[in-house]
Design a protein around this ligand. Structure first.
Ligand code: FES
Length: 143
């Protein structure tokens, strides 16, 4: 995305987005694809917005890199930026405990009508981790 115009910036501020949210949205922080991701997963939330998350995991344990793509609102975008920032360097167990409140804290809040948006990012991350863990489980050998 090209840089926002001053008018777009002011409009986002007027509807209640914090400067932090606008900066993350404007700079597309962690928006992208990890080509050799260990897991990628797309999730469509109840509002219809969609997030696709890519994780690179080292030693089956630590989230080394995280990127995302999205179709949705600035709050969905900034929530994706926030959760990928928070998740990087965390173990899978630690990342499972990331909450919507953690994202809201990282963003400096969201307009009231957008308070549900971090849930899209949290649910996508949780589903991606579950998918990864299910794929890592070795099938039991029945004798
Ligand atoms: Fe659905 Fe923002 S309106 S995630």
């Amino acid at each position: 995305m090209s840089k926002l115009t001053k008018e777009q910036f002011e409009l986002l501020k007027d509807v209640g987005y914090s400067v932090k949210v606008i900066e993350l949205y404007m700079n597309k922080v962690n928006v992208g694809v990890i080509e050799n991701a260990d897991v990628s997963l797309a999730y469509r939330g109840p509002c219809g917005d969609t997030m696709k998350l890519y994780l690179k995991i080292s030693n089956d344990t630590v989230i080394e890199d995280a990127k995302f793509q999205y179709l949705g609102c600035p709050a969905a975008a900034s929530s994706g930026s926030a959760i990928t920032r928070i998740a990087k360097g965390k173990t899978l167990e630690e990342a499972k405990n990331i909450t919507e409140q953690d994202i809201l804290h990282e963003l400096g809040g969201l307009p009231e009508a957008k308070l549900h948006c971090p849930k899209l990012a949290v649910t996508t991350l949780q589903k991606a981790i579950t998918t990864y863990e299910n794929c890592q489980r070795k099938p039991l050998t029945v004798k």
